[in-house]
Design a protein around this ligand. Structure first.
Ligand code: BES
Ligand code: ZN
Length: 647
């Protein structure tokens, strides 16, 4: 088979940077009253540098999958059939994104409805983007079908041995498509600039329950033969599948949890407020447009906290701690049903449009359900961490509107900027315009751009016309643009004060000063956030005796709460408190959620002794880690070894 030249990602990024619109404020700023552009032209102006697809020429409108899940081979295989809308008159090629896929056949439906083979070329793989699949379709077929199989190393899938599940008896598999991993399990136009409906027929071993980001039936018979429909148009990164020993428990008419049998009751109790969250979000931002909202609790190797797969949020089990103190994760993923799934960013450089707006909405839902104190504590923790994250060196990624070329890998844009600065910007606008005006604005925004992908520029034009110009004298364009285009946090950002954190801070200061620990009367009422604040405010290192005293009093080592573990173990590493080593290693092997374990690895690799420990734990943990987590840990270890070698 002929091969295209290897396209190096650097060359591609350069080329894309040359033609994409710069993220700085344009000189031809929208005139007041201009209708916000959401046309195909406007989207094409913002080229997606992480996809080979050419959505200006042809777009997939419908995807039909017919797949088999084979646990023994760690493989999904079958066909993907695309219904196509040929846009450009002269277009005769369909370009798809793939990664590590084996393509065995490509066919096009002729005018007579018969499948005919089509010529295609699968290019050599680019390390970041995968292999471009170019299909020749001189007849501009209305439907094209690709027969393919995935690799056991597919970056968007994880295959778990039974021992890595709660039940320990059945294997498990799940996808994580965001940002550009859908192409590792389905050949497709893997860009947010294409939206499609989908249907799927999936076969699996009879004892596995298969779920997708679609119309899962809570009463589906577990028989190894499943059919799905997703009637709303979604971008490729929201395509999702999971299979394993999964059972359902309802929360309300339209929501419920899927989990392994041993976990499902705990999950149902932890997430019992989900219906209230949906109703609150609807009262603020308009109807929930996706039918059911269910939550799938994954095994602890899931590399993220949550993933907003439409109709079926994927969630880490590490938020199930018994007191609902971490259910802001559900608020967050649910909020994506408006910010992200309904109105989607058009390139990863605009990720804040998804994650920043969502983090803002998340905090509003937490406030409505659990009170302002809880919401403020969560904001204060996030903002404290954001300030730690900002350094002189990473100024480029402190801009909400990331400039072309400033982002290497779209998976590297899960920064505090995107989440916390984005949410802070929204809170700034809310406070200046008042809740009523701002809530109406957001509701109108979600409605106006529903089922479209938009750029920061389009958000800006819309906000200037519908918020700033309509409510003059509240926020100037300069103030607005400073949030989008300048690094750091503007001086006029609103501050949060938490009474409960003041108590925690006083208790900690008193302990570090006099050695008197806060009484059980005080700490018995503390929730996760207060314990996090208590630990995060500690000096960089403590003495081993101090660490021991804290452990004796509060049993941090071995905590089942990952948010506490994430802060306690790095402090233990920095303080040379080896009494925590064994439980810490156990935690690092059991949990694959990057946010929770990377701070521990990062603390460990700073010393030769710690690096050796990290490598030892990683060697044992690796078979159970998701490819995304493996990549992060490897980078941390190699980074440290590189530095050592350079010495
Ligand atoms: N969509 C993200 C996860 C994501 C972002 C995956 C970018 C890949 C690339 C999801 O909604 C998210 O933000 N998850 C957070 C949880 C949250 C409560 C902040 C996470 O996983 O930590
Ligand atoms: Zn998110």
């Amino acid at each position: 088979m002929p091969k295209f030249l290897i396209v190096l990602s650097a060359a591609l990024a350069l080329a894309a940077a040359g033609c994409a619109r710069d993220a700085a404020p344009p000189t031809d700023a929208a005139k007041p009253g201009d209708a916000p552009a959401a046309s195909t032209e406007a989207m094409d102006a913002t080229r997606d540098e992480y996809s080979y697809a050419e959505p200006g020429k042809v777009k997939t409108t419908e995807l039909a999958l017919d797949l088999g899940v084979d646990f023994a081979k760690k493989q999904i295989a079958g066909t993907a059939t695309y219904t196509l809308d040929w846009l450009a008159d002269d277009a005769t090629q369909l370009v798809l994104d793939t990664r590590d896929l084996e393509i065995s056949k490509v066919e096009g439906a002729g005018k007579d409805g018969q499948w005919q083979p089509l010529q295609y070329v699968l290019a050599d793989a680019d390390p970041l983007l995968g292999s471009k699949l170019t299909i020749d379709a001189p007849e501009r077929n209305a439907t094209i079908r690709v027969t393919y199989a995935t690799s056991p190393q597919a970056s968007g899938l994880q295959w778990l041995e039974p021992s890595m599940t709660e039940g320990g008896k059945q294997p498990f598999m799940f996808s994580q498509s965001q940002q550009i991993h859908a192409r590792s399990w389905v050949p497709l136009q893997d860009t947010t600039q294409v939206r499609f409906t989908y249907s799927a027929h999936v076969t699996s071993p009879a004892d596995a329950m298969v779920l997708m980001s679609a119309d899962n039936d809570p009463n589906a018979a577990r028989d190894g033969d499943y059919s799905f429909k997703m009637p709303q148009k979604i971008p490729s990164y929201l395509l999702a599948i999971a299979a394993g020993d999964l059972v359902f428990r309802p929360i309300s008419e339209r929501s419920g949890v899927w989990a392994e049998p041993a976990m499902v009751e705990k999950a149902q109790a932890e997430f019992e407020d989900t219906e209230k969250m949906i109703e609150t979000a609807e009262s603020l931002y308009g109807p929930y447009r996706w039918g059911r909202y269910d939550i799938l609790v994954l095994p602890p190797s899931f590399p993220y906290g949550g993933m907003e797969n439409p109709r079926l949020t994927f969630a880490t089990p590490t938020v199930i701690v018994g007191d609902k103190s971490l259910v802001s994760l559900v608020a967050h993923e649910l909020a994506h049903s408006w910010s992200g799934n309904l109105v989607t960013f058009s390139t990863s450089r605009d990720a804040w449009l998804n994650e920043g707006l969502t983090s803002y909405v998340e905090n509003r839902l937490v406030e409505a359900l659990y009170g302002k104190e809880q919401a403020d504590m969560e904001s204060a923790i996030a903002r404290g961490e954001l300030k730690e994250e900002f350094t002189e060196e990473n100024k480029a990624l402190q801009r909400l509107a990331v400039k072309p070329g400033d982002l290497d890998d779209p998976d590297h844009n899960l920064t505090g900027t995107v989440y916390t600065k984005g949410a802070w910007f929204m809170q700034f606008l809310e406070q200046r315009f008042g809740r009523e005006v701002f809530d109406d604005f957001l509701r109108g925004y979600f409605d106006h751009f529903a089922f479209q992908s938009i750029s920061t520029q389009q958000f800006r034009d819309y906000a200037i016309a519908n918020l700033l110009e309509k409510n003059p004298g509240k926020v100037s364009q300069e103030e607005f643009d400073a949030w989008l285009y300048e690094p750091g946090i503007p001086d006029n950002a609103p501050q949060v004060k938490s009474q409960r954190f003041a108590v925690v801070d006083a208790a900690r200061i008193s302990w570090t000063g006099t050695g008197t620990l806060p009484s059980a009367q005080v700490t018995s009422k503390w929730s996760t956030q207060e314990w996090v604040r208590f630990i995060e405010g500690m000096p960089d290192t403590l003495t081993v005796e101090q660490m021991q005293a804290l452990d004796d009093a509060y049993h941090f080592t071995g905590t089942p709460n990952g948010e506490i573990a994430q802060r306690w173990y790095p402090l233990a590493v920095r303080s040379g408190y080896h009494a925590a080593d064994e439980e810490m290693a156990e935690f690092m092997q059991r949990v694959g959620r990057r946010k929770l374990i990377m701070p521990i690895y990062n603390a460990l690799v700073k010393t030769p002794e710690g690096l050796a420990f990290a490598k030892d734990v990683f060697a044992k943990a690796r078979p159970g880690y998701h490819p995304i987590t493996t990549g992060s840990v490897q980078a941390a270890i190699e980074g440290a070894e590189g530095k050592d070698a350079a010495k």
